[in-house]
Design a protein around this ligand. Structure first.
Ligand SMILES: Cc1ncc(COP(=O)(O)O)c(C=O)c1O
Length: 442
């Protein structure tokens, strides 16, 4: 049967609304925005809604993700967030237009690659303004810029800083001023324009919204505030965004009553930790087909507030469902809002199915994993098999709707659920129409 869980559900329209809201804030303040796809593994459909929402460029930390974005959205400017490895220089120049950098040796490698490929690459030089992750110390910036300016394959477009990642340092007028002063000094000494000042990530949005962001800062790189709608300084909801953009869904594979404290002498668990347990007596516990290989279990917030996540191991998440608001049985699915780490892991795990506007995802997979002229991969029964799988899945979906309606027809939430499902299916219908509208090639 068609396996549908565990899965990551990506609500593209909601992400788009968030992207529009953050883009508006940035653009009204003269700031270009690079929207970051890395938490959803460079998903081209996400990149597409970012562009539709007003992104000026797409940023990601991995070259293969940006390559994928380029294949689906030719002409969209791409920024590599993680500093390139020297040996990666050719790939970086081939698949990105901009990259963040702090080392002359790597800049030389990028320049050589650009000359070889007949391109010009645009590095943004990172300055460490206090968070102690990437970036040259401000005092060492001018010598670096002087040398880098001589490299023929590069166009040094500007400087950047990153905060609230390693050291948790909050963006402030003071640390932004360090970046501005460093740029002014480099400009004075080298005569270069260095026009782009990339002030930061989602953590810079509160300073921007307060009206205190210095006007010289004209570029941001934003991921989490858009994708999950969070103020990353405290994970509270970010203004103008919604937080129900992504769900992780898994199936109950065991549902039994058990004590809440293990029996016997305890040592370390499978991950070398010594867990502690609260004695709540005998409880109804559910095990899901989802584990640490797929998500950060501690980063899962059950959508049903009566469910408690107890913990898990590589392949299992363990829940206390005694107080679940909806009665559960074996085979039922449980949904969660994942935090950043859980989203990142679920998007990366090959075992987690990716479901957003289903047909589009499928189309994407066809493009991403197309076998190259390998006739052995071709299954002559593919159409029949796919049709059988789809029919089975839709029959299961139909049963679930009927059950939901019978059990909760007086509940306004069920009505809302029905409305949402109607529009999801309408959208799927449109996608199918679009998919099959072009005549197949003979
Ligand atoms: C250098 C850099 N800039 C920007 C971002 C985006 O960060 P956030 O998701 O907090 O907006 C990241 C991380 O994804 C990053 O590493």
């Amino acid at each position: 049967m068609f396996e549908t869980s565990p899965r990551l559900e990506i609500y593209l329209e909601r992400i788009k609304q968030n992207a529009q809201s953050v883009a508006k804030l940035c653009h009204e303040n003269g700031i270009q925005i690079a929207m970051v796809t890395k938490v959803l593994r460079g998903n081209p459909e996400v990149a597409r809604v970012f562009i539709e929402a007003g992104a000026d460029m797409i940023a990601d930390s991995r070259v293969p993700n940006l390559r994928l974005v380029g294949e689906h959205l030719p002409g969209v400017p791409r920024l590599l967030l993680r500093m390139p490895a020297q040996k990666q220089a050719e790939d970086v120049v081939m698949h990105t237009e901009y990259s963040l950098n702090s080392s002359l040796i790597t800049l030389k490698a990028l320049s050589d690659a650009a000359v070889k490929l007949g391109k010009v690459h645009k590095p943004i030089i990172m300055v460490d303004v206090g968070d102690l992750r990437e970036g040259v110390w401000p005092d060492n910036l001018v010598p670096l810029i002087k040398e880098a300016a001589m490299l023929p394959g590069l166009d040094l477009v500007g400087l950047g800083a990153n905060l609230a990642c390693y050291g948790g340092v909050i963006p402030s007028v003071e640390n932004m001023q360090i970046l501005i002063d460093a740029r002014d000094e480099a400009r004075r000494v080298t005569g270069l324009e260095l026009g782009l000042l990339s002030g930061g990530n989602s953590s810079g949005l509160p300073l921007l919204a307060s009206g205190k962001m210095p006007k010289e800062i004209n570029h941001f790189r934003v991921g989490e505030a858009i994708v999950l709608g969070r103020n990353v300084l405290d994970r509270s909801p970010w203004q103008g965004t919604r937080q129900d953009t992504i769900q992780v869904v898994a199936e109950i594979i065991e549902l039994l009553e058990k004590p809440s404290v293990p029996i016997g002498d305890t040592g370390q668990d499978a991950f070398g930790n010594e867990p502690e347990f609260e004695d709540r007596g005998i409880r109804k516990r559910a095990i899901l087909n989802l584990g640490r290989q797929d998500v950060v279990i501690e980063g899962l917030e059950p959508i049903d507030p009566g469910i408690i996540v107890l913990g898990g191991s590589s392949d299992h998440a363990i829940l206390d469902v005694s107080d679940a608001h909806t009665p559960l049985k074996l085979g039922d699915e449980v949904a969660f809002y994942p935090g950043y780490g859980a989203t990142l892991a679920a998007a990366t795990s090959e075992y987690v199915k990716k479901s957003h506007s289903l047909i589009r995802a499928w189309k994407g997979e066809q493009m991403d994993h197309k076998p190259e002229n390998d006739e052995k991969e071709f299954d002559p029964n593919w159409a029949k098999n796919l049709m059988a799988e789809l029919k089975q899945s839709f029959s299961d979906v139909g049963d679930s709707f009927e059950k939901a309606w019978n059990e909760g027809k007086n509940d306004p939430k069920i009505k809302k659920f029905g409305e949402e499902m109607k529009s999801t299916f309408k959208k799927m219908g449109e996608d199918i129409e679009e998919l099959f509208s072009s005549k197949p090639k003979e």
